[in-house]
Ligand binder design. Sequence first.
Ligand code: EPU
Length: 334
Amino acid sequence: MLENVSLRPYNTFGIDVNARYFKECLNLEELRELLPFLRQNAFVVSGGGSNLLFTKDFPGLFLKNNLRGIREIERSNREVIIEAGAGENWHEFVLYCVEKGFGGIENLSLIPGCVGASPMQNIGAYGVEIKDTFEYLDALEIATGELKRFNLDDCAFGYRESVFKRALKNQYIICSVAFRLSLHPTLNTSYGVIEAELAKMNVLEPTLKDVSNAVIRIRQSKLPDPQHLGNAGSFFKNPVVEAEVLANIATNYPKVPSYPASDGMVKLAAGWLIEQAGWKGKKMGAVGVHELQALVLVNFGGARGSEVFELSQRIVDDVEATFGVRLEREVNIF
Ligand code: EPU
């Protein structure tokens, strides 16, 4: 175990704080050896560091989960079950599946982070969430050292939600995740921007690779690359509100975008609310709101995490004052 390690390379915001302890685990045995320590100390488990904001030095253990390996578990005429280690890079895993002709996660191309983090918040984009192809995951129970299998229902997936963020928070370390992918995929291009991008690419009969490429092009055109501009993707979740809240907003803003959600609720676009409140492209010292996608907060270089947090608080307050809607952060704050 290392001590007092800078986390700058380990969070996509590029915030320079120290972790009191640091350990990278490459296999299950190394994880098991750490369990007594995890039972006694604060810790954060991270794969790609793409959903974390550190506002101060972290007083516990930063555990980089780097369990690797991709294997085929089962295959029929129609489907294949593929299992990947938690430390596999998500996008590389998607590309591996696309190359092999395994369909179901191509719309999730270029999402930063690792496979192990994908179920934590049921990552999603362009009409697809991982719960749609999720088969099972294996996770190490910290209290007992047992490897337990979680099936779809056990994970309680919701919009950017799972049991691992709620009832079972900090109780398990996800070791591997398996997906049921199709050998004869039906492509999901219904999301308007994908259709438009495929048309721009002059693709009439898209393949898995074409859809993946379209998603990559869309994301690259709107979302900043953390290698060049520190960020953690969407900083806020899209708020789910009562239909009446939407109706109130629509009286002044007839074009307000909204999507149906469960139980008669509606989902609003946080990026739109933030833009209408005047924050898109705004800079505050070393931090700011991305000029092309208002859901993304960025570190222009050398920012402290507390500055990002303060900016996010001002946005939350302003959006609430303007629209009566309280935004929730998607990024985990430490
Ligand atoms: N919009 C604006 N201004 C903005 C941004 C968006 O008016 O600055 C409007 C758009 O015009 C559109 C609506 O808001 O009408 C929705 O925008 P978009 O389709 O770009 O998606 P999003 O709701 O902003 C969500 C996910 C993204 C995911 C995209 C595509 C969340 C919190 N974010 O963004 O996920 O890539 O849909 O499916 O659900 C992430 O989680 O890190 C992430 C990038």
